[in-house]
Design a binder for this molecule. Structure first.
Ligand SMILES: [Mg+2]
Length: 233
C-alpha cells in the first residue's frame, strides 16, 4: 500500500521556473546589474540547485570584469528575488501542471498522505500553493520539507529523508513525484521509488533512474499506482 505521495515543487506541481527566471531578471535590473538570464541560459543554470548557489555559479563563470558580489549581497538579492517571485504568483500568473489537482484529490479520497520535498524555500512554497489552491500550504500538504531546512540540497537525499522523518514512514511506503535528474537522484538516494514527469526546463535531463516515467500526471499509470502495489524497477 502506498501511504504517502511526496511531491517536488518546481517543475512538478507547476512550471515555476519561468516565474523564477522573470523574478531573477527583474531583481537584477532593479539592483543595477547587467545580468540577464535567457531561457536557454537558465536551463543550463538549473543544473545548480538553489537560487543563491545559482547566482554564485553564474558569477563565477563571468569572464568580463564585474563588481564581485559577496555572500551577504547574494543573500540580499536572493531575498528580493523571493519577494518578487511571491508577487508574480500573487498576481495569479501560474497554474498547476496537468493532472496535479486530480491526483491530489484522488490521494485525499484514498487516505494517501501528501508531502512536499523541495529545494526551494518555505515562502516560495506558500506563494505557489496560495496561488494555485487559494489555501495555506499546510491545508493542502500535511508535511513540508524545504531546502532551507537541510544542510545539503538535492541531489543529496537530505530533504527526502526529512520528509520521511516527519511523515513517520519508510521509503517504500511512499512515491516521490519529480521532474528533474537532481530530484530523481535525491529520492533514489533516500530509497524512495520515483515517478517522473519531466517539465519544459528538465526535458533534456537523464531521468533513467526513475521507476516510472510519464509525460504528465494525467497518465492512467498513476491511478494504477495508487490502486495497486506495483513492483518497482
Ligand atoms: Mg523540480
Amino acid at each position: 500500500m502506498i501511504r504517502a505521495l511526496i511531491f517536488d515543487v518546481d517543475g512538478t506541481l507547476a512550471e515555476t521556473e519561468e516565474a523564477h527566471r522573470q523574478a531573477f531578471n527583474v531583481t537584477f535590473k532593479q539592483a543595477g546589474l547587467d545580468w540577464h538570464w535567457s531561457k536557454e541560459l537558465y536551463r543550463d543554470l538549473l543544473k545548480v540547485t538553489g537560487g543563491k548557489e545559482r547566482m554564485n555559479a553564474y558569477q563565477a563563470g563571468l569572464t568580463q570584469a564585474h563588481p564581485f558580489l559577496n555572500e551577504a549581497q547574494i543573500a540580499d538579492l536572493h531575498q528580493q528575488k523571493t519577494r518578487r517571485y511571491g508577487q508574480i504568483l500573487a498576481e495569479g500568473h501560474l497554474s498547476l501542471r496537468p493532472g496535479v489537482e486530480t491526483l491530489i484529490n484522488r490521494a485525499r479520497n484514498s487516505n494517501i498522505r501528501l508531502a512536499i520535498a523541495t529545494t526551494t524555500n518555505i515562502p516560495n512554497v506558500d506563494a505557489l500553493i496560495q496561488c494555485c489552491w487559494n489555501l495555506p500550504a499546510h491545508e493542502v500538504f500535511e508535511v513540508i520539507a524545504a531546502g532551507d531546512e537541510v544542510d545539503t540540497k538535492k541531489p543529496a537525499p537530505d530533504v527526502y529523508l526529512l520528509a520521511l522523518e516527519r511523515l513517520g514512514l519508510g521509503p517504500q511506503d511512499c512515491i516521490a513525484i519529480e521532474d528533474s535528474r537532481n530530484g530523481v537522484l535525491s529520492a533514489k538516494a533516500a530509497k524512495i521509488p520515483v515517478l517522473t514527469a519531466p517539465s519544459w526546463y528538465t526535458s533534456g535531463d537523464d531521468v533513467s533512474k526513475s521507476d516510472w516515467l510519464v509525460e504528465d500526471l494525467t497518465d492512467p499509470l498513476i491511478a494504477q499506482l495508487l490502486g495497486t502495489q506495483l513492483v518497482t524497477a
